[in-house]
Design a protein around this ligand. Structure first.
Ligand SMILES: Nc1ncnc2c1ncn2[C@@H]1O[C@H](COP(=O)(O)OP(=O)(O)OP(=O)(O)O)[C@@H](O)[C@H]1O
Length: 684
């Protein structure tokens, strides 16, 4: 520490630093040399003059974010060291004390002021001391006894750790200072952990639209102080990582800035949505770029666009989250009723594709006739949304719509989930029993999603319920009448399953009153209108966002394996990237999508589009049903050329600066370097 605290007469001899006092003895030597160079003399009288209130207030204002997050941690830290005649101090990055807690009794009256807010403990003014030296070296350390530069401070023992903000900058220091006789070798570890805790709290509070991944090589360390945290933008660009995160990834902050989620965690960021879907997803294992396997949890702030993409996302809660430890998901009240979306009416879904129109026509014909509906279609084609629309347009719409995803419930739980159970029905059963999903849907609609994943032994039980319209909860010994409309969906070929003996034929015929198939997105003739509708829905806060003809053309030719879900997610990201006003261009699309484009798509891209990024196509007030003018398309053009052309343009615009061009395009620099040989020589 500094500011010069007088050595007490009986403290003339202070021992050398005890073992473990400082991690690196060289640091002290270097700091002494710096102190000398600052012109400080060891015998200098301490300076107790405090700055004006205005200066302190300005510093507090400037460090409000740090203070807010540090104050509660300081309380906890102080609880641990209480009765050790020590104090806990928080300083700014310049070493000014912002806040202090603790017992100053161990100090003489005059010295106490040195530990009050406003005092300066920077190395430049006070020579070697834990706060000033930790801030200079950006390393946690203890300065003990006569390791202090000023004689006046040699009766102290101080342990300090720098605090880094989520952008990797040192914004302050946390320090425990006490009488040198109270030295405890664990103090430094405590201070270091507390600083880390402050940093983690700051992480949790910042980056409103970011995706936060929490990871550790051992799953039991998730949710603890030592977990790694890394933050990425919705399109996968690295934003920040805490110190444990940097350590586990094996790269310092500065190097991480050039990375993306996929370059570090090996999968595209869009794949996270699938990986962590469900109400309370378990930690999943991913392999880092350095081959280290880590357990991960993911959090997205409520404001994140993905949180609203899932129809089952409870309003105001995180749809794509697994709070570390016992977080929101674990404490969430029983799932609130499904939010009825604007999209969930049959009329809204009828956007002109003849296959879809025919499906909707048939569904209207059977509405209210107690005919079970089976929806077939690839993943993400809107089966769930259609089921909601069937319910929403039926005379049961005022009653519950209960969705059960047979693929996401563990086989052992599916029986109790569906049929419910009585108190004490099995080990682990809740005290008062639980009402099953079938009974929850009483009066309304039961949507059995992924029915192909229903375990065989439960198929018979489900069949009985559907035939007899009665349920018997586990352990109840009695049956309860139930009235539900049944809609089910699958992307599997149930007939094949029946042939293999994996699905009961009698259940199939009970469920397939009306079978409808939703076309894949790539097959739809109303693709462009659908894109514009989604865009309009995404701009519900009044953003004026259009889509460039080039992007629309690429979209039309892409094969969309994830169908609507993929399109929706991609457009949400693009809308976020564009901001409040503008046009979605190639550069607004996520890295992994662009990289996929680089590998070429089956359909040719008109060469006219390769020459320039086309003029903005503003979003019309009402969906524009007129097809976009199709430019003449010479055969043989490849999508890769579009990407190359965009790279060349950006490089020209940025005068050959690869980093700037990569940033503008939303791709990594390596993506451009990999194409170096294919780019015109004048651009690089
Ligand atoms: N016609 C549509 N217009 C706009 N968005 C749609 C449409 N259909 C589906 N979506 C959106 O696409 C996403 C996936 O839809 P949904 O969950 O209904 O698909 P699914 O076929 O049930 O998928 P899975 O088989 O994987 O369960 C949702 O975000 C939904 O809002």
């Amino acid at each position: 520490m500094s500011a010069g605290i007088h050595t007490r007469p009986d403290e003339g001899r202070v021992g050398a630093a005890p073992a473990g006092a400082s991690p690196n003895p060289d640091l002290i030597g270097q700091s002494h040399r710096r102190s000398q160079a600052y012109g400080i003399t060891a015998q200098a009288e301490p300076d107790f003059s405090s700055p004006s209130r205005g200066v302190l207030n300005d510093a507090l204002d400037e460090n409000r974010f740090l203070f807010q997050h540090a104050a509660p941690v300081m309380e906890t830290l102080y609880d641990q060291i209480v009765n050790t005649h020590s104090m806990v101090l928080l300083t700014s990055a310049r070493g000014m004390v912002l806040h202090s807690l603790g017992d100053t009794d161990f100090l003489e009256k005059a010295s106490r002021v040195a530990l009050t807010p406003g005092m300066d403990w920077s190395e430049q003014t006070k020579g070697t001391n834990a706060i000033g030296t930790a801030l200079t070296e950006e390393e946690a350390l203890t300065v003990h006894g006569n390791q202090h530069y000023l004689n006046a401070n040699k009766f102290l023992t101080c342990s300090a750790a720098p605090i880094f903000d989520p952008y990797g900058q040192v914004i302050g220091a946390l320090d425990v200072t006490g009488d040198h006789r109270s030295f405890h070798q664990h103090t430094l570890a405590l201070v270091r952990m507390s600083a880390q805790m402050i940093e983690n709290h700051m992480f949790a509070d910042i980056f409103p639209k970011a995706i936060r991944i929490h990871f550790h090589t051992r799953s039991e360390f998730l949710g603890t102080l030592v977990e790694g945290i890394a933050v990425f933008s919705p399109e996968g660009r690295f934003i920040s990582a805490n110190r444990s995160g940097q350590f586990q990834i094996g790269l310092p902050f500065a190097a991480l800035k050039a990375h993306t989620f996929s370059s570090l965690f090996g999968i595209p960021i869009s794949a996270l949505f699938e990986l962590f879907s469900g109400a309370m997803p378990n930690p999943k294992q991913l392999v880092l770029h350095n081959g280290v396997s880590v357990w991960c949890r993911v959090k997205v702030k409520t404001a994140h666009p993905w949180s609203a993409t899932r129809p089952d996302a409870p309003q105001g809660q995180q749809a794509f989250t697994a709070e570390t430890g016992q977080g929101v998901a674990a404490h969430a009240p029983a799932k609130p009723p499904v939010k009825k979306m604007q999209l969930s009416s049959l009329q809204y879904l009828d956007t002109g594709d003849p296959q879809v129109s025919s499906v909707i026509h048939k569904l209207r014909m059977v509405s209210g006739k107690d005919i079970p509906v089976m929806i077939l279609g690839e993943t993400g084609t809107g089966k769930d949304l259609l089921a909601q629309a069937i319910h929403g347009d039926s005379d049961r719409s005022g009653q519950p719509f209960v969705s059960v995803n047979c693929a996401s419930i563990p086989e052992t739980l599916i029986e109790s989930e569906l049929f419910g159970y009585e108190e004490g029905a099995f080990t682990g059963a809740r005290k008062k029993g639980a009402i099953g999903k079938i009974l929850q849907a009483h009066g309304g609609t039961l949507f059995l999603d992924e029915i192909g994943d229903m375990p065989k032994h439960l198929q018979a039980r489900l069949l009985r319920v559907l035939q007899e319209r009665r349920v018997s909860p586990l352990g109840a010994g009695k049956e309860v009448d139930v009235d539900v409309a049944v809609v089910c969906a699958t992307h599997k070929n149930i007939k094949d399953m029946i042939a293999r003996g994996d699905f009961r034929e009698d259940l199939y015929y009970r469920l397939n009153g009306l079978v409808v198939r939703l076309p894949a997105l790539r097959e739809r003739t109303d693709f462009e209108l659908v894109v514009r509708k989604i865009l309009k829905a995404l701009c519900e806060n009044g953003e004026q966002i259009g889509i460039s003809p080039e992007v629309m053309n690429i979209f039309k030719r892409y094969h969309w394996p994830g169908n609507f879900r993929q399109l929706h997610n991609l457009m949400r990201t693009a809308v976020v990237m564009v901001g409040c006003q503008g046009v979605i261009e190639l550069s607004h699309l996520p890295d992994d999508f662009l990289e996929e484009l680089e590998h070429g798509l089956p359909n040719p891209i008109p060469s006219r589009l390769m020459g320039s990024i086309g003029p903005a196509q503003p979003l019309p007030d009402e969906p524009n049903t007129a097809p976009m003018p199709e430019p003449a398309a010479p055969e043989g053009s490849r999508l890769e050329d579009v990407a190359l052309n965009a790279m060349a343009q950006m490089l020209r615009l940025h005068k050959g600066n690869v980093s700037a061009a990569a940033k503008a395009l939303g791709v990594s620099r390596n993506t451009i370097y990999r194409k170096k040989d294919l780019l015109p020589p004048d651009v690089l």
